[in-house]
Design a protein around this ligand. Structure first.
Ligand code: SF4
Ligand code: SF4
Length: 168
């Protein structure tokens, strides 16, 4: 009988306590996001999918030197070089296996031409493994660019001063 009484008292004490916790959070700003309708802005140093950069005239920056592939700890970059009609090197084939990539950014740091960089895009999930082999056509930035010029400026400053490297 005592046990039953204790149980009833416990219920009447703890129920208001639980309701108080609920009420406390009822009018607070939610900490979750209504994804994918709302997206959290990524930090400037966030590294998502790769892009291949162009010069202002639209020509490709990548000269297929292979330094990014040499720096890659995951060995996920594959390329085949070729020469254009002016005798300039370019990457005829440039592929990245995004399933192996660890998004470390070493390829971006190693590139002498500032040809490859990791942007903020992260929504490339898929149920097909083949879709994670990204080719040059998937990565080349459009020309003419519609990008925010401040992003380009930030990247150039980061490369010139190494500020991002020190923070990382
Ligand atoms: S992306 Fe840069 S480092 Fe990689 S092959 Fe092209 S030019 Fe060389
Ligand atoms: S981000 Fe890192 S792991 Fe991914 S391709 Fe570049 S160097 Fe390789």
């Amino acid at each position: 009988m005592n046990e039953v009484l204790r149980g009833i008292i416990r219920t009447f004490v703890r129920m208001p306590q639980g309701m108080a916790v609920t009420l406390k959070h009822l009018f607070k700003k939610p900490v979750t996001l209504d994804y994918p309708r709302k997206k959290k802005p990524m930090q400037p140093r966030f590294m998502g999918r790769h892009y291949l950069e162009r010069y202002d005239d639209g020509s490709e920056r990548c000269v297929s030197c292979g330094l990014c592939a040499a720096a890659c700890p995951s060995d996920c970059i594959y390329m085949e070089p070729a020469e254009n009609e002016k005798g300039e090197r370019y990457a005829e084939v440039f592929e990245i296996n995004l399933l192996r990539c660890i998004y470390c950014g070493f390829c971006e740091e190693a590139c002498p031409e500032e040809a490859i960089f990791l942007g903020h895009f992260y929504e490339f999930s898929n149920d097909n493994r083949d879709s994670f082999i990204w080719t040059k056509q998937d990565m080349l930035v459009p020309h003419p660019r519609k990008d925010n010029p401040f992003k380009t400026l930030y990247r150039r400053i980061r490369h010139a001063t190494g500020i991002g490297d020190k923070v990382r």
